[in-house]
Design a protein. Sequence first.
Length: 273
Amino acid sequence: MTEKNIPPPFVFHQGTQPLLISMPHAGTYVPPALAARFTEDARHVPDTDWHMGRLYGFAKDLGASILVATHSRYVVDLNRPPDGASLYPGQSVTGLCPVDTFDDTPIYANGDVPDDAEVAARRDAVWAPYHAQLRTELDRIRAQHGVAVLWDAHSIRSVLPRFFEGKLPDLNLGTANGESCDPALAQQLLSIAKEASGYTAVLNGRFKGGHITRHYGQPGQGVHAIQLEMTQCSYMQEVLPFDYLPEVAARVQPHLERMLRAVLAFAASHGGR
């Protein structure tokens, strides 16, 4: 694959409303030379947040800005701190440039994991541009509207013993234990999620928000950040070939839209503060 075929670090759509949706784990691209070092299982990038763009396809009509990663989290994880510090000290986590999968199996077939120089190169090439765009757009939105809301969109397999016991709730809202978002908005979103028939919901449970939510959410400065970690069984197949299931997704999308409309209503009432 030649240089011109390598995708940019992200795809960006600028909207008209004070809402930015970030999709840092939606990417699937792995450079061929890197994929050659992976195990056969890892080449399927099973820990992707699959089909996020399609699931949130209605968001452009709401006026949201949308920032979507192109590279796999196996290349570099955009939702980790740049120094690779653990987001959940004492718990099992994957790193800035992961070396193992969610199933706790090796990503690198021969153990040739990235050294510090390789990690730094990936961070500079992919992580830094994504975060620069995220920062720029949040600043633009806040300057234009007086307030900005960041919605960090994620999905995950519903059963992952490495990270949690049993089945994960379907709608996992995270606000860094209340530090990244106005508590009243968080409670409103939780109420909407809990009212969603056929789905379970929790606020600041196993997933409290990753680096993006924690770093950019500054309610005192007019930037509110919320992470939503959804179970993949709510809209897709959780095993290969990881197909999108339109009829299944159609049942959860109205609840997602209700939450985002609540975010926009909140922003409209808090602009200029």
